[in-house]
Design a protein around this ligand. Structure first.
Ligand SMILES: [Mg+2]
Ligand SMILES: [Zn+2]
Length: 221
């Protein structure tokens, strides 16, 4: 079994990317995000425009990141997975800078992640880089579908966990989907089979029930 998991709003309690842009563009980004959700601009255009409005030093960004928390149930979840030799990979259409920062705070820096890159320049400006962009995908900046296709193997069950619009591209490439909020609404509307969840304990429960051989070494709280 392989597990792929979104970061913002799924592992992190808040959408850290949204917090970052809302704070450091003084909410001038709101119209841009609306255009992206309406499909008027691509995710790459959205992130590039949002970055161009940011004014923040690294110190100011770090201060904001210090207040970010991850879901409590994720700690036990990752622990159970590792006891059962199941790899979890983070798939994010957010940025490396804050993902690595938040993971490090919880000593989870060993978790592999794929995301866009945030480059700081001129003391208070940022720009994005898109190392995992797929020109054939109209949805993603970091194409989650393409990465999962590349990383999964046909002999393993692949699981995806997410909460938002950036998780859409993953659905055709995985066997089991856990969805909440916008992602759950999207799956329901499009008749995509998924499990609704609130926290990672719910996910463990389902995996244990449906795929018991993969989760023999258990440590559920
Ligand atoms: Mg998310
Ligand atoms: Zn994609």
């Amino acid at each position: 079994m392989k597990v792929f998991c979104d970061f913002d709003g799924t592992i992190s309690v808040k959408d850290v990317g949204a917090e970052f842009f809302n704070t450091f563009t003084k909410k001038k980004n709101i119209g841009i995000v609306k255009d992206w959700i309406a499909g008027k601009i691509t995710a790459r255009e959205c992130l590039t425009l949002e970055c161009s409005l940011v004014r923040a030093t690294k110190e100011e960004v770090d201060k904001l990141l210090n207040n970010q928390k991850i879901e409590t149930s994720f700690i036990n979840f990752i622990d159970v997975l590792s006891k059962n030799n199941i790899e979890l990979t983070i798939m994010s259409d957010g940025f490396d800078y804050y993902i690595s920062n938040v993971l490090k705070k919880y000593r989870l820096e060993n978790i592999k992640y794929y995301s866009n890159r945030l480059i700081f320049y001129d003391s208070n400006r940022v720009k994005p880089e898109f190392p995992y962009y797929d020109p054939d995908c109209p949805v993603c900046a970091n194409c989650k579908g393409l990465q999962i296709k590349r990383l999964k193997s046909d002999s393993e069950i692949s699981v995806y966990i997410g909460d938002g619009y950036t998780d859409r591209c993953a659905v055709s490439y995985v066997d089991v989907i856990f969805a909440k909020e916008d992602f759950f609404n999207y799956c329901s509307k499009n008749n995509i089979l998924c499990y609704n969840f609130n926290n990672f304990n719910d996910i463990l429960k389902v995996l244990k029930e449906k795929y018991p051989p993969y989760l023999r070494n258990e440590n559920m709280k």
